[in-house]
Design a protein around this ligand. Sequence first.
Ligand SMILES: [Fe+2]
Ligand SMILES: [Zn+2]
Length: 446
Amino acid sequence: MLALRYLINNLSKGALYSVQRNASASVRGRTYSAISVCMSSRGVKFHNVNQQFREKSSTSSPLAISAVSSDNDAVSISWADGSSTKFHNIWLRDHCKCKQCYNPATYQKELNILDVPLDIKPTNVSITDQNYLSIKWPDSHETGFDGAWLKQHSYYGERDAIKTSDQKKQLFLWDKKIIEANMPCPFDFPKVLSDEDELFALTHGIIKHGFAFVENTPTEVSAIEEISIKLGGFVMETHYGKAWEFSNEVLKHADTAYTSDYLRGHTDNTYFSHPAGLQMLHCVGHDGTGGLNLLVDGFCAAEKLRKYDKASFDFLTSTTVPFHYKSDSENIHLKAHGPVIELDPFNGGISEIRFNTYDTYTLDCLKYADVARFYKALKAFTGLTCAPENQLWFKLVPGLLLIMGNWRVLHGRSSFTGKRTMHGCYVNGDDFFGKYRAKAVAQNKN
Ligand SMILES: [Fe+2]
Ligand SMILES: [Zn+2]
């Protein structure tokens, strides 16, 4: 890991920061600006709240089943820690993992739910001394569950608390003050590409903070394609291409990003049904002034809205807003819709921000009575994203790649002079999280 020291230069009244690397340090001979002091070591560790559930289940564990009973609807389990859980009979039958019901090679169910009566009821339930729940069904089929697995997948009572705390442990929400005091160190491009553990640490860092920096990134456009494939397996190809180069000198697409104007914080692809999960940005050349980069933690801003203006928060989570991208030269008109703040339906946590005031489409889909409420809520959230205390400003330079979680973090830039050339690339969220999940599960031997 590179040991970097940065000097902070406060450029204006606290809104804009540029940090110059210590004069003794340079990347391939270039002194460059980066963000803030790297305060913490990047000892990224995957936090798994389910660690306890992966420990070998035994009857002496607090996760041991102490008693079991069944009735017409459910099997009730009492645990050694004093808690109790209920599982519907049909749920237990549906989750049978015997070779007849489940293919362990493909992780797919073989059981046809049409073969299971709604009112199915065990003929017998018992506990073995290996903390194993054994169930016999009326057709003589037998199902077995490890107690720890059942506890992990309990959906009775404490489920919401478990899932919510799981999400909270994964995320580090930030505003300007918090992130500048806890700035994650940049990753190293060659190391990320050659070391699986480093790649996983980068992946986890992106999820935790909503962004990450990768230094020593080659200035060829193929470099961001290469790291995108490492992170997600595939590049997300769009009308912009796979990995693309753009500058303010040529308006290749009908988008303000291709100018030199100030760009308010926004997420990309709001006009897609499934916006990209990640966006890479690499400034490979700028011969003028300005052009500082902006990040805002959309989850943190939304949580502030939830805390201080619950009515606006609720409105933005429950109201569908249309977005579009129309380009005459490309002969396309993309349209999609979604709430500005999307909630995880299982735990109420924030799962996605879809926020782009440039790409909002004609608003003729709301009820008359809701339009005034919409503008009040939109202004409240926009105000939070534009508040200096929620904004992190810095300057991207050649070699320093920015990777953003586009479902969470807003990005923007200040206006600039001169020619500024950027490289960009998207990765599908499903591809990125899919690779991360597989690695996280493998690492924890679950
Ligand atoms: Fe953008
Ligand atoms: Zn079975």
